[in-house]
Ligand binder design. Structure first.
Ligand code: AMP
Ligand code: GLY
Length: 434
């Protein structure tokens, strides 16, 4: 099978890393790829990944059998639609289905219609509606930009003024969104919702538009600092499995969240084929969906795929072709996997770039997946906020952690930062939040 992977982050490097080891895969390409991916796939950096017809033309010229779209922006821009229109199998939802991630208010609407447990919420169009919703739900306040915001659109705060300010910024700055189904201009919106307590879990549910297969759950560490201090980020580390998770969790999420959502999307005439990323809070009142994404999570993918034993290419192709039934359930290693993000100085507000990275090629029992890196002559330099993710596996979480952190210590990058408590609580037998 010849495959083209779209994207340039550590998640795409993880996908390519796994596909490269897959006996079903004969040729691998990436667009645009990154310096780490270059070692495993031919990279095509000259194509705009938000331009569906260009990506489809590349896929056709390369004669690939399958296109796998990593990030949300190309999905929301309709890249999967363009590839499918060119007659090529594509793993990733249509633009209409990717609205599950592209619009928080749309996702809430689908969840309501499908009876999916989630935080109560109000979609607000002006400051008065925001103030009323903040009063309704009380503190801590949760305020979310409606559109894509690269992990920076959500503020969770006990300070009412901070919540009001974030809502005002979202309402003032969000460009008008045009619904792809009706063409009606909705204008800027912000979602205010009730606060959910409890540990978070990320579960990737692979769907062909009708059937659903769950991968192994993982946990992400969204806050910048140890002990969950500091601002939200794209994710600072992850691990899998979750020894503390209640038995039956995956079955419950499949029954109450994934299958009803996939059925509701099909009912609306916009079937969702791809990864439905279910972000969950395990609250004292039961599971609640915190967010849906329309793609694999980053950095959770790094640990989930490190444990996958069966063919990833086969699974993604079956999903792309509507053939998930009777596809065999994925097979998992009993090993644990831990990933730690090495971020640039100043991340997330203003990361410094252009600093030389040394040592990442040889991390002992760990390996580095590239995210914000680029070539500069013979050197690899930082080029973004999350620079690398270091991954290791081991017989248990403690061993995987030790290997991952030994790997992190071998990376040389001036001013870099990382969390030191990824998977710590879980490795010590506690519930996996610091
Ligand atoms: P989202 O982009 O919706 O995933 O939100 C980013 C992060 O903000 C989540 O992973 C949570 O850590 C936090 N968050 C979002 N919604 C809530 C909520 N209702 N209650 C508590 N924390 C939340
Ligand atoms: N790790 C969070 C995300 O991928 O959205």
């Amino acid at each position: 099978m010849k495959i083209l992977v779209v994207g340039s982050g550590a998640r795409e490097h993880a996908l390519v890393h796994r596909l490269h080891a897959d006996p079903d895969v004969t040729e691998l390409h990436a667009v645009p790829g990154n310096p780490g991916i270059e070692a495993l796939a031919r990279c095509h950096g000259d194509v705009d990944v938000l331009d569906g017809p260009s990506v489809a033309a590349l896929a056709r010229d390369l004669g690939v059998d399958l296109v796998v779209v990593g990030p949300e922006a190309p999905l929301v821009a309709g890249v999967a639609d363009a590839v499918r229109a060119a007659g090529i199998d594509c793993f990733g939802p249509s633009a209409a289905a990717a609205r599950l991630e592209g619009s928080k208010s749309f996702a809430k609407d689908v969840m309501r219609a499908a009876g999916v447990p989630t935080a109560r919420s109000r979609t607000c169009r002006d400051a008065d509606e925001v103030a009323a919703a903040l009063d309704l739900f009380g503190a801590p306040h949760v305020v979310k930009a409606d559109g894509l915001a690269a992990g920076k659109g959500v503020v969770v705060t006990s300070d009412r003024q901070t919540a009001l300010d974030h809502a005002a910024a979202c309402l003032g700055e969000t460009p008008s969104t045009r619904a792809s189904d009706g063409g009606e201009d909705h204008g800027p919106r912000v979602v205010v919702e009730e606060y959910l307590d409890g540990p978070e879990v990320s579960l990737f549910c692979v769907s062909d538009g009708e059937h659903v297969v769950a991968l192994e759950p993982a946990q992400d560490f969204k806050r910048l600092g140890d002990g969950d201090e500091g601002p939200n980020t794209g994710g600072m580390g992850a691990y899998s499995p979750l020894p503390w998770a209640p038995p039956g969790l995956v079955d419950e999420v499949m029954r109450t969240v994934a299958r009803p959502t996939i059925a509701e999307m099909a009912r609306r005439g916009t079937p969702f084929a791809g990864v439905l990323y279910v972000g969950l809070a395990l609250t004292s009142r039961g599971i609640r969906v915190v967010e849906f994404n329309a793609r694999f999570g980053d950095p959770e993918t790094q640990v989930v795929l490190a444990r996958l034993r069966s063919s990833l290419a086969g699974l993604l192709r079956a999903a792309a072709r509507g053939e998930l039934l009777p596809f065999p359930e994925p097979n998992w290693s009993d090993d644990a996997a831990v990933t730690v993000v090495v971020a640039a100085e100043g991340y997330p507000s203003g990361p410094t770039t252009g600093d030389r990275i040394v040592g990442a090629d040889d991390l002992g029992d760990a390996y580095a997946l590239h995210a914000g890196t680029r070539r500069d002559g013979d050197a690899i330099v930082s080029a973004g906020g999350r620079v690398l993710t270091v991954v290791a596996t081991g017989p248990d979480l403690a061993a995987a952690r030790e290997r991952a952190y030994a790997g992190v210590d071998r990376v040389g990058l001036r001013g870099s930062r990382h969390r030191t408590d990824i998977a710590l609580a879980a490795a010590q037998g506690r519930v996996g939040t610091p």
